[in-house]
Write a protein that binds this ligand. Structure first.
Ligand code: NAD
Ligand code: ZN
Length: 333
């Protein structure tokens, strides 16, 4: 923890006083300085990218928000110039920079954010729930990339994003939502957030379990939220012929799959999901919040800590005995 100057802002930047900053797995990777972080992050850097805050100053050209607005931020800073940006696929920008990874982030009292990344929040949503809209956007983008209503849905991996997907699938009218994790704490949380069936692959065969709840056919939709190779393989096998498999979880290394037997001959549709659609996903998150998702997600936030207790927060992240952890700069230790 260091004292650093309040960031300066350019003509198209917004200075935000941070009210809540939730912790993402990426922050934990950087904190533990794993090989990915060592190759990507150039210190000194303020980390953190999920936030809710209040606008305290705006650059002279800013029109997207005004002092006093409550805001969050899309964390992918896109170039607006590459072919993908030109056709409106900003989430696939070839030159994406990430707040708190490539530029100074939100685990601080103040952060400067480019106007193009600002999202103005409803004021009646608590700061901690405003802050988690960014990972929720990952869950919404994944879950709503195909039909969910009346579908049987398997969520493999119930970290915070998997659990959010469970809640989104329930709200979208899925016929049944099956949640799978090896961590009992997280499975129970998934149950609390609405999962109809909890599957622990260390205790039962997950493929058989899913088939037993789907008249023997398998799941219509698999939302892969673990990044774990065996969960990915089990997810493919637990899917019905022709199922949609939307993959958000990031394996740490290449994964071996039986493409012939598990994908090609069964006509599965595999779909990689990155980030959030700008700004469709954010509008979807806002609508879902207004329709009751904000209230539903409250139990997912299991810990609130002052900013100074980042070390404790990171220990909790490492233990697996947590849902979403939120740092609150105004909370006194
Ligand atoms: P997390 O690490 O908290 O959750 C992963 C969960 O998977 C954990 O609860 C873990 O117990 C579970 N798991 C591990 N092995 C398993 C197995 N064999 N079977 C079932 N479950 C297993 O992560 P998170 O923050 O919820 O994020 C989910 C994933 O999405 C991560 O891999 C993350 O890196 C990735 N992610 C991707 C994007 C993107 O744009 N594609 C964005 C954000 C996060
Ligand atoms: Zn671009």
């Amino acid at each position: 923890m260091q004292e650093v100057p309040i960031p300066t802002i350019g003509p198209r930047d917004v200075l935000v006083k941070v009210r809540a900053a939730s912790i993402c797995g990426t922050d934990y990777h950087i904190y533990t300085w794993d090989p990915w972080s060592a190759g990507r992050v150039k210190p000194p850097l303020t980390i953190g990218h999920e936030l809710a805050g209040e606008v305290v100053a705006t650059g002279r050209e800013v029109t997207a928000c005004k002092v006093g607005d409550y805001v969050s931020a899309e964390t992918h800073v896109v170039c607006n110039r590459c072919p993908r940006c030109h056709v409106g696929e900003y989430h696939l920008c070839e030159n994406t920079q990430i707040l708190g990874v490539d530029t100074d982030g939100v685990f601080a009292e103040y952060v400067a954010i480019p106007e193009q990344n600002i999202w103005v929040n409803d004021k009646d949503i608590p700061f901690e729930l405003q802050s988690i809209q960014e990972p929720l956007g990952n869950a919404v983008h994944t879950a709503l990339s195909g039909e969910l209503t009346a579908r049987s849905v398997l969520v493999t991996g119930c970290g915070p994003i998997g659990i959010m997907s469970v809640a989104v699938a329930k709200m979208a009218g899925a016929e049944i939502v099956m949640a799978m994790d090896i961590n009992e704490y997280r499975l129970q949380l998934a149950g609390q957030l609405g999962a109809d069936v909890l599957i622990n692959p260390t205790k039962q065969d997950p493929v058989e379990a899913v088939r037993s709840y789907t008249r023997g056919y398998g799941a219509d939709v698999v939302l892969e939220m673990s990044g774990n190779p065996s969960a990915i393989r089990q997810g493919l096998r637990a899917a019905r012929n022709g199922a949609r498999i939307s993959l958000l979880g990031l394996p740490g290394r290449p994964v071996e799959l039986d493409l012939a037997a598990d994908v090609i001959m069964r006509g599965l549709v595999l779909q990689g999901i990155t980030g959030r659609r700008m700004w469709q996903t954010w509008y979807q998150v806002r609508s879902l919040y207004r329709a009751g998702l904000a209230e539903r997600l409250r139990p997912l936030i299991t810990h609130r800590l002052p900013l100074e207790q980042l070390d404790t927060a990171m220990e909790l992240m490492g233990s697996g005995q947590s849902g979403k952890i939120v740092l609150l700069p105004d909370l006194k230790a």
